[in-house]
Design a protein around this ligand. Sequence first.
Ligand code: MG
Length: 451
Amino acid sequence: MRYLTYRRSGINRLGSLQQGYIVDVEQVAGVGDLLSLIKGGVDLWDTVATKLKSANLDELKAKGAAVLYHEGLVAAPYTNPPKNVICLGRNYYKHYLEGAVARGESGEKPPEAPIYFTKPPTSITGAFDPIPLDLELTQKLDWEVEFGVIIGVGGKKISHENALKHVFGYTIINDLSARDLQYKHQQWFKGKGLDGSCPFGPFVVTPDELPESLHLPISLNVNGITKQDANTGQLMFDIPTIIADLSTTMTLEPGDIISTGTPDGVGNFRNPPEYLAHRDVMETIIEGIGTMRHRIASPERVALVAAFDRARDELLKTLSLLQPQHYDLATVNLGWSVKELVAHLAGGITFASTAIQRHLDGTLVAGLQAMNERNASQVEERAAKSLQELVDELVQSHYQVTDLYLSLTDEQTQITSTMSSGAKVNIHERLQRYTNHYMEHANEIFQAINA
Ligand code: MG
């Protein structure tokens, strides 16, 4: 099984990826979040997997229990593990060696025992969420692709032989590290504990989906250029060894996350050293599991995107309260029906992504005028779609808008243009306006269905 946590109607839900669709696990098998599934134990895992495998995808789609997979829907698998994320340092020989050379050591004495440190749960973020980079706090944000292990069955003094029976699944982790803070504070916790520095996902894949050897190609690229390229078979301390060693002194619990260390090719040990910058796009890939993709952005932009996302989620939460009898209710301000209003929002967000593009091409004004003329008829046309189609369109376009916004230079976000109202706004303000727009209409719809 390939489990993921996805956003639907503003709520995080447990899904399973099947033939390009996210199947809602609660609707099929009654389990609503990944940590509950993991804690439920082996019997529950089997029951849920059996139900998912025997479900009919077409029937699920028809009753809204399966939605088309889209990166914009993906959240972190969970953000509340029982402990900090347990990490290993220097667990690939070549990475140990590149560090030893940088420290002026001979590289003849690789670690005799695993090196452990942890990352706090507040560092966890999703597989496609923007990564904040505050240049006032760190100038040296670095990447580390890692193979992640999710403990399913807890225990103490677990034998090497039985260790893999304690695993629920595997995932991708990026152990983002602020090297200047890491070295300034000596102990690694501070430099590796920044908010947003532990993306994981997009999936938690159960062992039956992967080769028994667990030897998987693992890589990372920045702006399409490969920086790390290795195989998880090169771990010096392999997964059974790590589980057995950790559990000699520490009780492992269901949901514990172990990040097994990074291969060579981190930015800090390159010559000359390289670090992440705003607008960089970083992909972390493990064959058989998937790809995470992150844009690096200023905290201000990450905050605006988060506000934009929250406003969308608020709207979707309101829409989830709708019943067919509400579709024709006129909302407070526009006199449009609820469905027309949703069509208007979906159209608006679709338009926003093309508008930003045109903004950059310098063809925005003409495009806007044409849009205004067509607006009313488009709403009518769009309102003929089903509510689900409109919502899908809205979510996908929303993701395109945020992706475009995060890809722009600071200068580009400040370019101003004439809006339909004649007001001059820049792209940054435009996103704020869309945020407010969602909230206003979510309120209107809420009032309409409660009147
Ligand atoms: Mg690491």
